[in-house]
Ligand binder design. Structure first.
Ligand SMILES: *[C@@H]1O[C@H](CO)[C@@H](O)[C@H](O)[C@H]1NC(C)=O
Ligand SMILES: *[C@@H]1O[C@H](CO)[C@@H](O)[C@H](O)[C@H]1NC(C)=O
Ligand SMILES: *[C@@H]1O[C@H](CO)[C@@H](O)[C@H](O)[C@H]1NC(C)=O
Ligand SMILES: *[C@@H]1O[C@H](CO)[C@@H](O)[C@H](O)[C@H]1NC(C)=O
Ligand SMILES: *[C@@H]1O[C@H](CO)[C@@H](O)[C@H](O)[C@H]1NC(C)=O
Ligand SMILES: *[C@@H]1O[C@H](CO)[C@@H](O)[C@H](O)[C@H]1NC(C)=O
Ligand SMILES: *[C@@H]1O[C@H](CO)[C@@H](O)[C@H](O)[C@H]1NC(C)=O
Ligand SMILES: *[C@@H]1O[C@H](CO)[C@@H](O)[C@H](O)[C@H]1NC(C)=O
Ligand SMILES: *[C@@H]1O[C@H](CO)[C@@H](O)[C@H](O)[C@H]1NC(C)=O
Ligand SMILES: *[C@@H]1O[C@H](CO)[C@@H](O)[C@H](O)[C@H]1NC(C)=O
Length: 375
């Protein structure tokens, strides 16, 4: 008897729960958005420029508040842009009620604390910029519920933990910028369908996943200033859209996959400050017409400077300092009319130096110099 009563009660409770949640779902309107934004305003610790003080008032329609744009069809808040307004706020739970939000830019403020779980309800979000704030806590795995997200920028915050595997659920993700946080663990095997991946200045370990070579849309890859180890995967050379490849200041070993020098759209390559060995390919720049920067300083590279180096006609910056290169410096590189910086010191190059007239456009560091070339 008691058991049956409990079941009955459970059904009633479930029904009530259903009615309440579904009514909360269906009855949201612009008033809900207003309450959510007023709740955000109530959390303000400091609004030194008084942006919201004056404008965010119930006397004015929400759609006319500073930073707010409404969807003309639904009359709901579609985008919120409070970037660079010197705001010091913690995001309240009610913020998750802005269910029509497509674009949220809170960049360059002093937002702090953890992101509330309720933000997982913002499932229309396509653009989310929280960069240059003081957000903390582990990178939430609920980002994986934002199935329409295209741009996620969390740069320059204090996020910790590892990159959640749920990120692989966001198939629309195009740009992921997690630069300068305290993120640990490994680079996940799959993250969206990325065009831009920036993980610079974190505490990532392990190796560069070979699966990265399947990210065929990738144009920018910056995983510099981490503690990545082992080889650079050969398959990176298959990324035909790659334009910017920065993996400097890690602990990578092995040789440079020559396939990288066959990516015709690549403009910047930086491998400075690793432990790479091997030599440079002959024919360098025959297939790389637009290379502007090649930074290979502070490795264990050896061999001669490729005779085709003078074919790098767009080259502006060349760093080969502190390696084991030998053989002659081809004086023709002095004719590279775009060259601005040339760092060749601390190698075993031989032969006569470039004549001074060829060096008017750039700085040659002699073999005694200890440059701080960090790119
Ligand atoms: C929004 O819905 C509430 C009920 O949930 C209602 O009282 C209010 O008048 C509505 N506001 C607008 C602007 O439609
Ligand atoms: C937000 O506003 C700033 C300054 O007006 C602008 O630079 C930025 O592009 C805007 N963000 C979005 C997502 O439109
Ligand atoms: C922020 O605004 C200040 C002026 O108030 C401006 O100098 C600065 O460039 C802006 N920064 C960004 C990142 O937009
Ligand atoms: C908004 O969010 C809060 C906290 O998450 C919740 O208690 C409230 O019922 C939500 N709905 C409306 C219409 O404000
Ligand atoms: C991601 O997708 C998997 C399988 O498709 C699913 O089990 C998981 O709940 C999803 N996670 C998120 C955060 O969406
Ligand atoms: C981001 O963080 C880096 C490293 O701490 C710092 O050099 C850079 O100036 C920061 N950028 C901004 C816009 O604060
Ligand atoms: C690339 O993707 C294909 C198909 O999903 C898969 O079979 C292959 O193993 C992947 N390659 C790498 C290096 O992960
Ligand atoms: C680079 O591409 C050329 C043809 O465009 C090919 O002959 C050469 O073998 C390739 N080199 C590498 C290292 O993949
Ligand atoms: C660099 O790699 C060589 C092997 O190629 C190894 O003997 C050496 O210890 C490594 N140095 C560092 C600093 O990791
Ligand atoms: C520059 O490249 C062409 C092929 O594209 C080659 O024939 C020529 O020898 C190269 N020049 C030098 C100086 O290596």
């Amino acid at each position: 008897m008691e058991k049956a009563f409990c079941s009955f009660l459970l059904i009633v409770l479930l029904f009530l729960h259903y009615v309440m949640t579904s009514s909360a779902m269906t009855k949201t309107n612009i008033t809900t958005d207003q309450l959510a934004l007023l709740s955000l305003k109530s959390q303000i610790i400091s609004d030194s420029s008084h942006f919201l003080d004056e404008s965010w008032s119930p006397a004015i329609s929400v759609c006319h508040w500073v930073g707010v744009t409404c969807d003309s069809r639904h009359q709901r808040v579609k985008s919120l842009n409070l970037s660079n307004m010197s705001l010091s706020i913690k995001i309240p739970h009610e913020f998750g009620n802005l269910s029509f939000l497509v674009s949220l830019d809170l960049g360059s403020n002093n937002f702090h604390g953890n992101l509330p779980q309720e933000m997982a309800h913002l499932c229309r979000l396509k653009f989310l910029d929280l960069s240059v704030n003081n957000f903390r806590g582990e990178i939430p795995s609920w980002f994986g519920f934002l199935h329409q997200l295209q741009v996620l920028n969390l740069r320059n915050n204090s996020f910790t933990g590892s990159i959640p595997s749920s990120f692989s659920n966001i198939s629309t993700l195009d740009t992921l910028n997690l630069n300068f946080n305290s993120i640990e663990g490994q680079i996940p095997k799959v993250i969206g369908n990325l065009r831009e991946l920036k993980l610079r200045g974190n505490n990532l370990i392990g190796s560069i996943p070979p699966s990265l070579s399947n990210a065929s849309k990738l144009e920018t890859l910056d995983i510099s200033y981490n503690s990545l180890q082992r080889n650079i995967p050969e398959g990176i050379g298959n990324l035909h859209n790659m334009n910017w490849l920065a993996i400097q200041h890690n602990q990578l070993t092995g040789s440079i996959p020559f396939t990288i020098f066959n990516i015709s759209r690549i403009e910047f390559i930086s491998f400075t400050g690793n432990n790479l060995s091997g030599s440079l390919p002959n024919g360098l720049c025959n297939d790389l017409p637009i290379l502007k920067g090649l930074y290979l300083s502070k490795n264990n590279l050896h061999g001669h400077m490729p005779t085709t180096m003078p074919n790098c006609s767009q080259l502006q910056l060349l760093g080969l300092t502190r390696n084991e290169f030998d053989g002659p410096i081809h004086s023709e590189i002095g004719r590279l009319s775009n060259l601005q910086l040339l760092h060749l010191g601390d190698n075993h190059f031989t032969g006569k130096f470039l004549s001074s007239e060829l060096l008017q456009n750039f700085i040659l560091l002699d073999s005694n110099s200890r440059d701080n070339f960090s790119y």
